[in-house]
Ligand binder design. Structure first.
Ligand code: ATP
Ligand code: MG
Length: 222
């Protein structure tokens, strides 16, 4: 089990966002998380990368649990997760290569190891020819590919993607989904939040819907 939430309640201020929710994610799964704007999708992801603590209940991710993780351990957990955001969060003053390499410098890898890993993941996302470009010279889809490369470079056991296609056109969204599915087929679990039911249909995998502070497994009507 990669992820286990047990009776998790989370509040923002005094407002209950998620109420006593429980679910698990197993190795290799592709999980779609759907729900209206404001339902709590990003909050759920923040719980998983431990940017948010549950008010009650327990969040377990990999070898860490919310009640025992220390602040100094949080970066180690995040290094084992690949986190992807809708708005990319790339370092604008660094090249594509350096954006991806940045995540490896802190791990103490040698420059030879870093180079090999960065080139490998940039090739995997189809961007090795853009390694010297700056983020502003890339299209939205290309920027998102850089983010995926950056997420992959530490060989995460789980990818967390918060509306990774929210700012992309339908064709580019599908390309990004295909890339995430390819990564998943190689064995990495993926948890992706989205508004886009069309994409969820194409993704297959599990669907967790957040509604009225609850989370439940649903099937889509074809
Ligand atoms: N830092 C915060 N402080 C107070 N309230 C917050 C905070 N972050 C989120 N909220 C509230 O919690 C609720 C859930 O927010 P969240 O961002 O998790 O929703 P979401 O499903 O990701 O929405 P969207 O689809 O628009 O991204 C919303 O009502 C939001 O206003
Ligand atoms: Mg959100």
């Amino acid at each position: 089990m990669l992820v286990q939430l047990e009776n998790v309640t989370v509040k923002h201020d005094r407002h209950v966002i998620l109420k006593e929710i429980s679910f698990t994610v197993e190795a290799g799964e592709f999980v779609n998380v759907v729900g209206e704007s404001g339902a709590g999708k990003s909050s759920l992801l923040r719980l998983l990368y431990m940017d948010l603590k549950p008010d009650t209940g327990t969040v377990a991710v990999g070898e860490y649990t919310s009640h025992s993780i220390t602040p100094s351990e949080v970066p180690y957990l995040r290094r084992k997760l690949g986190i992807i955001f809708q708005d990319f969060k790339l370092l604008e003053d660094r090249s594509v290569y350096d954006n991806v390499a940045f995540a490896l410098h802190v791990t103490g890898a040698t420059s030879g190891e870093i180079r090999k890993k960065v080139v490998t993941v940039l090739t995997q996302v189809g961007l090795s020819h853009k390694r010297n470009a700056m983020p502003h010279q890339l299209s939205g889809g290309e920027q998102q590919r850089v983010c995926i490369a950056r997420a992959l470079v530490n060989e995460p056991f789980l990818i967390l993607a918060d509306e990774p296609t929210g700012n992309l056109d339908p064709g580019t969204s599908l390309d990004i989904l295909k890339l995430l599915l390819e990564i998943n087929h190689k064995g990495t679990a993926v948890l992706m939040t989205t508004h886009n039911y069309d994409l969820v249909r194409k993704a297959g995998g599990r669907i967790l819907q957040i509604k009225e502070r609850q989370i439940r497994e649903v099937q889509l009507k074809q």
